[in-house]
Design a protein around this ligand. Sequence first.
Ligand SMILES: CC(=O)[C@@H](O)[C@H](O)COP(=O)(O)O
Ligand SMILES: NCC(=O)COP(=O)(O)O
Length: 254
Amino acid sequence: MTENASSIATALSVNLNKVALVRNTRHLGIPSVTRAATLCLEAGAQGITVHPRPDERHIRQQDVHDLAELLLKWPRVEFNIEGNPFQNLMAFIRELRPNQATFVPDSEDQFTSDHGWRFPQDAERLRPLIAECQSLGVRVSLFMDADASAMAAAKAVGADRVELYTEPYAAAHGTPEAEVQLKRFAEAAQAALDCGMGVNAGHDLNRDNLTPFLRTVPQVREVSIGHALIADALELGYTETIKSYLRAIEAAGA
Ligand SMILES: CC(=O)[C@@H](O)[C@H](O)COP(=O)(O)O
Ligand SMILES: NCC(=O)COP(=O)(O)O
C-alpha cells in the first residue's frame, strides 16, 4: 500500500459490481467476476468489494461465495461486503465472515447508493448488528455523509470505521465548489479520527479526483472504487487500470 500525505497507507479496494452487471446480460458467464478479481489483485489492488443487492441486478449470491473462495488464496487481501444489514447483508456476514462489512442504508429498489446513515434515528437498530459482526471478527464500516457532527454518533453505536460517501465531492471536482467539498470531507474525516474510528471513502471516485481527495482528507485507509475503474478497464484493461489508480494514490503522498 502507498502512503498518502497523512503518512497512512491507503488501500485500493476494487468494487466488482459492474463486471457482474455486464455478465448478467447474457447466459455465457463472461466477463468473469473472479477473473476480474484475480487480474486486479495480480496488478496490485489490495482489496475486493461487492455490494450484493437483494434484486441481484449485478453481484449475485454465487459471486460472493466464489470470491470468498478465491480470496482464500490471497490472505493479505481484504474482502469488503457492502449492503443493508436489515435486508440480505447479515446472511453473507454470518456465513462468510469477510474482513469488513460496510453497512449502507439503501432501499431494495434504489438506483444507487446516495446517502449515509441518520442519527439518532438509526442508532438503536444498528447497535446489535454492529456488535454481532464484531463478535464474528468482522470490522464494521458505516456509510456516512461527510458530516463532522455525525461522527460521534457513529462511534457511539460501535462502528470501527466510517466510509465517507464521496459523490458530492466527485460532482464538484473541477469546479470552484470542489474546495468547499474538500474542506467538508477533511473536517468529517478528522472528526471520525478524533473519535477513534478509521476512515474509508467511496462512490464516484476516479483517476482524476482521487489524488486531490487523498492529499486533503486525512488518513484514508481504504478507497473502494468500482464504476469509473471498471469503465477505465474497458479501455485500458484491468492491469493498466489498477496501476493507474495505484499511481494516483501514490501521487497523493508525493
Ligand atoms: C456504497 C456505494 O457507494 C457503492 O459501493 C455501491 O456499491 C454502488 O452500488 P451500485 O454499483 O449498485 O451503483
Ligand atoms: N463504496 C463505494 C464502492 O464500493 C464503489 O463505488 P463506485 O466507485 O462504483 O461509485
